[in-house]
Design a protein around this ligand. Structure first.
Ligand code: E4V
Length: 285
């Protein structure tokens, strides 16, 4: 299952926001290794206890997270079950990618975004090989361990999926358009590894569009119409990337590429030289 963490080993710091049924805080964990105790910075994710059936899925997510280990997946230290259920995760320094992109989107070079996309596809290929469905991929769930500035690459960690989508209401799933796979919205039994490919495509689009997702601001009926009419997101200027996004966001699940194929395509993308040249300071010209 997962490591049980005693409540008295945790210190609570500021609130960092909230998720579906959860509140998140920065915290510290007093870790006793041999005779030394040292403090580790952690992310405390509190499940609000009002939703009992969500506790099971919360603990299910925790137990899956403790079985996986990958450099681009957030590490779970364990769960504290004193009163509320609290997931104790590694603290990822620079927080969620969507916030970062909204702040510095236009200034972020394509090469930086391509690095993030590749690292995310490595994490998802790892999960696919293990037959594990994430179920909630979006740039909110991509965390920045290193910002990578002035040419040095970023380093991302994919966060846990949160409560399993199977306990979400139709309204909550509609709210996740266009990240949630369409087949899954119509029939939640259709959640599959293919659903993650659709969400990855939407996240790619989001990353290369500066962290904005215009569809997500539409009202629910319009969002559902987007799927009913099998609409696609506006094609990005970078045609090879737009093609890959279109393949991931294929309405027929089994036609979507595997993450192995996605990695191959991402590795074949050449960042536009102009973009790189425009990054160089004039003196380097
Ligand atoms: N596993 C995680 C998850 N989120 C963070 C995080 C870090 C930060 N600097 N600001 C934030 N604001 C919201 C979340 C967050 C850290 N670690």
């Amino acid at each position: 299952m997962f490591h049980k963490i005693p409540a008295d080993s945790l210190e609570w710091h500021e609130n960092l926001g909230h998720g579906t049924f959860t509140k998140i805080y920065r915290g510290s964990r007093l870790d006793k290794v041999e005779r030394e105790t040292h403090k580790v910075e952690v992310l405390l994710k509190v499940m609000d206890g009002t939703h009992q059936n969500c506790i099971e899925s919360f603990l299910e997510a925790a137990s899956i997270m403790s079985q996986v280990s990958h450099q681009h997946l957030v590490l779970l230290h364990g769960v504290c079950m004193a009163g509320d259920s609290i997931m104790v995760q590694e603290f990822v320094r620079w927080g969620a990618l969507d916030t970062h992109l909204r702040k510095c989107g236009p200034l972020v070079p394509a090469s930086w975004k391509l690095q993030v996309a590749k690292q995310l596809s490595y994490a998802l290929n790892y999960l696919e090989d293990k037959g594990i469905i994430h179920g909630n991929i979006s740039s909110k769930k991509v965390l920045l361990a290193r910002k990578g500035a002035g040419g040095s690459p970023p380093f991302i960690k994919l966060s846990d999926p949160g409560v399993s989508p199977t306990v979400l209401t139709k309204e909550m799933l509609t709210d996740r358009i266009p990240w949630v796979a369409p087949e899954y919205l119509w029939d939640t039994k259709l959640l599959s590894l293919e659903s993650d490919k659709w969400s990855f495509g939407a996240t790619l689009w989001e990353i290369f569009s500066g962290g904005t997702m215009p569809i997500s601001t539409l009202e629910p009926a319009k969002k559902l119409q987007f799927y009913k009419e099998k609409q696609q997101l506006p094609a990005l200027k970078w045609t090879e990337l737009a093609t890959l996004i279109g393949q991931c966001m294929e309405y027929t699940p089994h036609l979507r590429p595997s993450f192995r194929a996605i990695i191959r395509d991402l590795n074949s993308l050449i960042t536009s030289d102009y973009e790189l040249l425009s990054d160089l300071s004039p003196s380097a010209m």
